[in-house]
Design a protein around this ligand. Structure first.
Ligand SMILES: *[C@@H]1O[C@H](CO)[C@@H](O)[C@H](O)[C@H]1NC(C)=O
Ligand SMILES: *[C@@H]1O[C@H](CO)[C@@H](O)[C@H](O)[C@H]1NC(C)=O
Ligand SMILES: *[C@@H]1O[C@H](CO)[C@@H](O)[C@H](O)[C@H]1NC(C)=O
Length: 395
């Protein structure tokens, strides 16, 4: 009994000591936040570098691999992005239309402290592009379309109430370009830049594409606008072509078309089909370039369809529908219609022509006959005196 009592007492003391000991040792360990935390803009129109230096450090932690917890966001967004890293920099894309805030602390992992993880306080920083011009001077209605996954075209309207001398310029950058580039082929309206036709953009898919449209005017500063998108999400394909509609039997119909020509792989398309059966229209989608459908009535006389295409969710997050293709139709009871509209009139015309020909032939023969008769008669008449002379002579 006494042994058990002693044992419990010992355990209790041990527990208290360990708890207190670890509290004590943790309380002693403090770590500083990283130094020189800053956000650096290398001129890539939104792709920024967050960078810092290691914290001031007591010697006995030198062996430890320390980590940093980095949090950042655009100023009005709800959520922080959180990154744990051992590096001294981190890069990401930001919307430069807004400010950016970021904070970082030092993390000492548990194995360095003989206890639980230790964190420093936060070091914080913010970044704003130097704001110039008022909001109204920004361009409006920026619209960018990547036609057939080949040609990027952007267009915009000038800011409200900007002076007549205002002109805008477009700059772009994506990972792979050494520096941001200016548009080389502006779309001009009355001599002012209102859009840009981009050159061929090598390996530019599936990465952030940054655009800045800024401008200048003698009378007022112009506020730049920044845009970030991924090119595969703004693709507008060409419409499908070579549509064919085959009625296999009284019920089954096969619709087929060619996928649009160009660099977009077949597996990247989704098609929308608008099918009309005697005035009733319905719409369906498919990822194949062919579809079997059932006629709702085998009496239907007119079947038509047209197709448009878009890049599907296996190849992008979003896309723009192509224009509709030309319409392809099939008309029921072609035989009956052909009979009414073509064969019967044709038969009539043929018979008419035949009759006329016969008549003419008959007439011609009759005419020839009379002509020959007349000739014969005339011959007889001219011969008679001669004949009589000859008879006269011989006689
Ligand atoms: C952790 O414990 C080891 C031995 O148990 C000791 O050598 C080391 O100094 C301790 N480290 C800290 C940070 O207390
Ligand atoms: C527009 O932006 C580009 C790229 O950042 C810069 O080189 C240029 O000086 C800017 N132009 C104006 C008028 O601010
Ligand atoms: C239409 O379908 C019905 C049955 O669904 C069938 O009895 C009829 O023969 C069909 N008519 C034609 C013209 O094929």
């Amino acid at each position: 009994m006494a042994f058990i009592h002693l044992d419990v007492g010992f355990l209790y003391t041990l527990l208290v000591c360990t708890a207190f000991g670890s509290m004590l040792s943790n309380a002693e360990i403090k770590v500083n936040p990283p130094q020189d935390f800053e956000i650096v803009d290398p001129g890539y129109l939104g792709y920024l570098s967050l960078q810092w230096q290691p914290p001031l450090f007591p010697d006995n932690f030198k062996e430890c691999t320390i980590e940093y917890e980095l949090k950042y966001r655009n100023i009005d967004s709800e959520n922080w992005k959180t990154i744990i890293t051992k590096n001294l920099h981190y890069k990401d894309g930001f919307d430069l239309n807004k400010g950016i805030e970021a904070k970082i602390n030092t993390l000492l992992p548990a194995q360095c402290t003989n206890g639980s993880e230790v964190r420093s306080s936060w070091a914080e920083t913010t970044y704003w592009t130097s704001p110039q011009g008022n909001r109204e001077t920004k361009i409006q209605d920026m619209d960018c379309v990547y036609y057939n996954w080949q040609y990027l075209v952007c267009s915009w309207k000038p800011g409200m109430g900007v002076h007549f001398d205002t002109n805008y310029q477009l700059f772009y950058w994506y990972e792979g370009l050494d520096h941001s580039a200016e548009c080389t082929d502006y779309i001009k309206v009355n001599g002012k830049n209102m859009g840009c036709r981009f050159p061929y953009l090598e390996s530019s898919d599936y990465k952030d594409f940054y655009i800045c449209v800024n401008g200048s005017s003698e009378s007022q500063p112009i506020r730049p606008s920044y845009f970030i998108f991924q090119l595969q999400n703004i693709v507008k394909p060409m419409p499908p072509d070579y549509l064919s509609l085959t009625v296999k039997n009284s019920e089954e119909i096969n619709l087929k078309w060619n996928m649009p020509k160009g660099p977009i792989p077949a597996k990247c398309f989704i098609y929308e089909i608008e099918f009309t059966e005697d005035g009733t229209t319905w719409v369906t989608t498919t990822v194949e370039n062919e579809i079997q459908i059932t006629r709702t009535s085998n009496e239907s006389q007119k079947l038509c369809f047209l197709v448009r295409s878009k890049v599907n969710i296996y190849c992008s997050d979003d896309g723009i529908w192509s224009e509709w293709s030309d319409e392809q139709c099939w008309k029921g009871d072609i035989w009956k219609e052909t009979l009414v509209f073509f064969l019967i009139p044709f038969a009539f015309v043929s018979i008419f022509v035949l009759v006329i020909t016969c008549l003419l032939l008959y007439k011609q023969r009759a005419l020839l006959k009379t002509f020959r008769d007349q000739k014969a008669e005339a011959f007889e008449i001219t011969k008679k005196p001669f004949k009589s002379t000859s008879t006269f002579q011989t006689n």
